[in-house]
Ligand binder design. Structure first.
Ligand SMILES: Nc1ncnc2c1ncn2[C@@H]1O[C@H](COP(=O)(O)OP(=O)(O)OP(=O)(O)O)[C@@H](O)[C@H]1O
Ligand SMILES: [Mg+2]
Length: 425
């Protein structure tokens, strides 16, 4: 980690497929132009381009080339780089750590520790740092949880030699994206994202999210592996990192970019016209090593999200990864049911058919060919999934430790009436 704040350039490192240490891949410069707009420039280093094993950061924007890439999108930070940086939660912890309310975009990349999603790293030196050796152990969860709660409550983080050390520990994990409190921890099986419940949660999110990952798997979806552990008297969700693989010589890292980068779009509302499962299927067709399988998998996830009212399925909650040279859809993660008041119409975050974002069976079916499915195939896939979710969500949730009261709170999320509403055509 570096403590230099206000940097305008940095080196970008990458862990190549099959390797466990970084090599320097290029240089990123982020500066305002004369009108004050942030302009990012990235160039791959010549020695990197000369490597036979060199791979591009992403398959859409930063292809291997001598070009100096330039962008003003995403405040000048290329999508593949932005995806390796923290979001709301990590930024908040870093700001707390730095004692400043806001930092520059490059600072967030440099400040965040080396356990970020994907295979990239950032630093001020032309030589990359050695691989990180120490991760938080799952045993530290209780301490991490207490710190997360202090940060949520906007309390001062306790100071003192031991606490400082713990605070540094807390920074491990802040480079992951997302808004919910989390940290990265290690056990004998490898690295996990520990997702904490918030004191203001209306139900036990850790247990419910775990149950949804299990339910998704029962519906034929490849979802991230997860389990629940308790820290003190609190439940914590551990989600196995699918972008890391532990080996005797260290961690292999998969490259990873978000759906936002894949769709060449941004978080803001002006860019929502590209928030679309149909466009995502199209992009996957272009870049996936197994486009047909990925298209059907994406279709399943879109229907599953509709059937559990997961309306938080925004583009950063989808990703593609490359363990070696080939890209494919990453396992499903961050699956959360919601209970909007409307029983007639619920909208997913991404457009899913001719009727836009409406989670309605006809809408989901309307463009099924773009997901490599014939109408009959798509119909039976939805019928089977709808049946399975209606028949098993409750027993799945209970079996995975969701309380009776919480099941009562979330029950209207599943197979809501509007999914089959008669559209009167
Ligand atoms: N199992 C995993 N392996 C590797 N990376 C992951 C995994 N799960 C999530 N991620 C990455 O971490 C980010 C944050 O995770 P997640 O979406 O679960 O958190 P969140 O705080 O609930 O997000 P949100 O802000 O969407 O509610 C994801 O956007 C993704 O980049
Ligand atoms: Mg998320």
């Amino acid at each position: 980690m570096t403590s230099k704040v206000g940097a305008t350039e940095c080196f970008v490192y990458i862990t190549l497929p099959g390797e466990t240490a970084f090599v320097t891949a290029g240089k990123f410069v982020l500066e305002p132009d004369r009108t004050g707009i942030s302009v990012g420039r990235f160039v791959y280093g010549r020695s990197y381009l000369e490597r036979r094993e060199a791979v591009p950061f992403d398959p859409v924007e930063l292809k291997l080339s001598r070009t100096t890439y330039r962008t003003t999108a995403l405040k000048g930070v290329f999508g593949a780089l932005r995806d390796a940086g923290p979001d709301y939660w990590g930024r908040r912890v870093i700001e707390k750590h730095a004692g400043r309310p806001q930092l520059g975009e490059l600072d967030y990349l440099l400040y965040a520790p080396d356990d970020r999603a994907g295979a990239l790293g950032f630093g001020l030196g032309p030589e990359p740092p050695a691989p990180k050796r120490d991760f938080n152990k799952t045993l530290d969860l209780e301490k991490l949880l207490r710190l997360a709660e202090a940060i949520i409550a906007d309390e001062d983080v306790p100071q003192g030699p031991e606490e400082e050390q713990v605070e540094d520990l807390m920074l491990i994990g802040t480079s992951m994206g997302g808004a919910r409190p989390k940290a990265v921890v290690e056990d004998d099986d490898g690295l996990w994202i520990a997702k904490f419940n918030r004191p203001d949660d209306k139900w036990n999110h850790a247990r419910v999210e775990h149950a949804m990952l299990v339910l998704a798997r029962a519906c034929g979806i490849q979802s991230a592996e997860s389990r629940i552990v308790t820290a003190g008297d609190r439940d914590v969700l551990l989600v196995k990192r699918f972008d890391r693989e532990r080996t005797a010589s260290g961690y292999l890292r998969a490259r990873m970019i978000s759906g936002l980068t894949l769709l060449r779009t941004e978080d803001t509302h002006q860019h929502r016209d590209r928030w679309s499962y149909l466009l995502m299927a199209e992009e996957l067709r272009r870049i996936s090593a197994d486009p047909q399988q990925d298209a059907i998998e994406l279709f399943r996830r879109m229907c599953f999200n509709g059937l559990i009212s997961n309306i938080d399925d925004h583009p950063r909650n989808h990703a593609i990864i490359a363990k070696d040279k080939d890209w494919k859809l990453a396992p499903a993660y961050d699956l959360t049911p919601s209970m909007p008041i409307s029983l007639e119409r619920r909208d997913l975050a991404l457009s899913c058919g001719d009727l836009g974002r409406y989670a309605h069976t006809e809408n989901l079916l309307s463009q099924c060919a773009r997901f490599s499915l014939k109408r009959e195939e798509a119909c039976s896939l939805i019928d089977e999934m709808e049946w399975r979710i209606a028949a098993t969500w409750y027993e799945t949730a209970r079996r995975e430790g969701v309380s009776e009261q919480d099941c009562e709170k979330i029950k209207t999320a599943f197979v809501y009436p509007g999914f089959r509403l008669d559209l009167g055509e």
